[in-house]
Design a protein around this ligand. Structure first.
Ligand code: SF4
Length: 418
């Protein structure tokens, strides 16, 4: 590790729940449906998070637990059976149905694993029913994807063939570009998990080398290891440096000659570094404070400090998995303060005391901080944006430069007499 200061904090939290990840998962697997078993609050959350992007029939919905369900499980089971039956009659194209648990379903101890088992018996393989928790009781919003992927792993066929498996949802064009690059390196057998169709699951076994594309997949990684796969140690593919080292980890695992790696990747690196310069000018020397929410904070901090010249005041992360994050921690500047967990009030006090140029935080904290004159970047935006790979480094930097530009323009307007 790089000599950083690791602290832990517990207390009140202000984060989105795992239901949020349905927004990108349902786009990734159009033949799957996500049925939230929750309250009207859950339905509102998921609709407002995704509503603006829905043009056709949505591929998610909510089976509402009414107040009477909270008193008796029998009603909840009946309601769920009824909703699932109606849904599958109306939407015969659904191949995989995820029952997504919520705070209310967990509070009444509704056993969705048993419900899924019962429905699978009734449906006789026409539709596969799986379950995972999207509840916000102990989790953050990206962990919804971790839960969904973990639920799919038992369905993956076994195979010991040598292959590279990219794990974590990527934007399709970004994924195509990365797979194409691996092919140019001579790594032909590359699959993705989650796949673009829920029924088209990649195989898994002792020949599988895994590159994680997202840092929040700890449970998934553990299950893949249990199936014989090897998780390649690398930083995450954010920025030029992280993406290059990430690809190099695969190249080494597949014995690709350094010369071929260099000649394939160097032109991309040179082009990306040149393009990054204009954003770096805006970010260099600016002080940034990352509050914990997405689990992307540490890789982002590494990119912003090493490639954009930003000064890290504090890097918050909801959880710190040192196994998956080791390569990232090695690259962080010495003595950087990393805080695992959250006590939102103490963190906000530190933000106010430090007066950073930019704060990365959840949407709920952004408005109050903006009202106090502090620029913010929503961490959720980073999960929805195509930011992975060498080619995307400039776009990633621009996401941080934009709020600083806006802040500067607003200040300028206020200072300029009409
Ligand atoms: S799962 Fe929990 S945190 Fe998420 S919307 Fe429902 S009640 Fe709120």
């Amino acid at each position: 590790m790089g000599g950083e200061t690791l602290l832990k904090e517990t207390g009140p939290r202000e984060v989105f729940c795992g239901l949020t990840s349905i927004v990108w998962l349902h786009r990734r697997m159009p033949d799957a449906f996500f049925l939230v078993v929750g309250s009207r609050t859950c339905a509102h959350l998921i609709q407002s998070a995704a509503g603006v992007m829905i043009f056709a029939e949505p591929r998610f919905g909510t089976a509402i637990l009414e107040e009477r369900d909270l008193a008796g499980l029998a009603d909840a089971h009946e309601e769920l059976d009824r909703v699932v039956k109606n849904l599958l009659e109306r939407r015969p194209e659904i191949r995989t149905l995820f029952l997504v648990g919520s705070c209310p379903s967990e509070v009444i101890k509704l056993d969705l694993a048993r419900v899924a088992q019962r429905l699978n018996t009734v449906l006789k393989g026409k539709v596969t029913v799986l379950n995972y928790s999207g509840s916000g009781i102990e989790t953050t919003f990206t962990q919804g994807e971790d839960g969904a992927l973990k639920a799919l792993i038992p369905l993956m066929p076994s195979s010991d063939q040598k292959q590279l498996l990219l794990v974590g949802t990527l934007a399709n064009p970004v994924e195509d570009r990365l797979i194409n690059l691996f092919k140019r390196l001579g790594i032909e057998n590359v699959s993705s998990f989650p796949p673009r169709q829920s029924t088209n699951l990649p195989s898994i076994g002792s020949g599988t080398k895994v590159l994680l594309t997202q840092p929040y997949l700890g449970d998934t990684a553990r299950e893949l290891i249990a199936k014989g796969a090897e998780i390649l140690k690398a930083p995450f593919p954010l920025g030029v440096e992280g993406s290059t080292l990430w690809m190099k980890a695969a190249a080494d695992a597949f014995n690709i000659k350094s010369l071929l790696f260099e000649s394939t990747v160097q032109p991309l690196i040179l082009r990306a570094k040149k393009a990054l310069e204009s954003q770096k000018e805006k970010l260099q020397g600016k002080r940034i404070f990352l509050l914990p929410e997405s689990q992307l904070e540490i890789p982002l901090a590494r990119f912003l400090s090493r490639e954009c010249g930003m000064e890290l005041i504090e890097v918050g992360t909801p959880y710190l998995n040192k196994g998956l994050m080791g390569s990232e921690l090695d690259l962080l500047p010495k003595n950087v303060r990393i805080v695992e967990g959250q006590h939102v009030e103490n963190q906000l006090d530190r933000v106010r005391g430090e007066q950073p140029d930019l704060v990365v935080c959840g949407m709920g904290l952004a408005n109050p901080l903006e009202a106090e004159g502090i620029s913010t970047k929503w961490s959720i935006e980073l999960v929805f944006s195509p930011i992975h790979g060498i080619d995307q480094a400039t776009d990633l930097a621009e996401l941080f430069a934009r709020p600083l530009n806006r802040h500067q323009l607003l200040n300028h307007k206020q200072l300029t007499p009409a």
